[in-house]
Design a protein around this ligand. Sequence first.
Ligand SMILES: CCCCCCCCCCCCCCCC(=O)SCCNC(=O)CCNC(=O)[C@H](O)C(C)(C)COP(=O)(O)OP(=O)(O)OC[C@H]1O[C@@H](n2cnc3c(N)ncnc32)[C@H](O)[C@@H]1OP(=O)(O)O
Length: 133
Amino acid sequence: MEGKNMEDLNMCFACGKDNPIGFKLVFREVGENKVMAIFTPEEFHQGYPEVMHGGLITTLLDEAMAKVINFRGIQAVTATLEVKFRNPVPIGRELKIFGELVEEKKRRCGMKAWVEDEEGNILAEASAVFIKL
Ligand SMILES: CCCCCCCCCCCCCCCC(=O)SCCNC(=O)CCNC(=O)[C@H](O)C(C)(C)COP(=O)(O)OP(=O)(O)OC[C@H]1O[C@@H](n2cnc3c(N)ncnc32)[C@H](O)[C@@H]1OP(=O)(O)O
């Protein structure tokens, strides 16, 4: 963000490599305007027993969309975010987290993201509007 120390990006809760309690997500491009990361939730990520906390799932989805934006060299922030929790996200099972840019209109970026299990079932999905700064 403008005027902020960009080294602090390494402390991002979702992707910062120096954040000791963060997710340390590493996204890569998997198509035009599409990114993916792999993540396995642990016991300390749970809400109800054996199930990942919904707020933390939302963080995975939000970050996936932010990363598509970053890969395009755009600076933008989440303005509106809607999540559908389709199925419980189990602890200890590998997840794939996808983010995609759907449409770009002036300052608005329409985004979507989703979390898949190892079989490709969609466990949670999000749509969001990011606004360019
Ligand atoms: C380069 C470095 C790379 C580094 C690579 C590593 C990065 C590693 C860190 C990653 C980190 C990621 C983190 C995750 C992403 C967050 O979590 S971002 C943090 C959460 N979000 C925020 O803090 C945003 C807070 N809100 C705001 O700052 C302001 O409300 C906004 C969104 C900038 C808008 O304010 P504004 O600029 O005054 O906007 P305004 O003039 O009112 O409206 C502009 C346009 O946006 C539309 N709009 C405004 N608000 C909304 C809304 N809520 N919904 C829909 N449309 C809206 C308006 O309708 C208007 O549209 P047009 O009329 O132009 O068509």
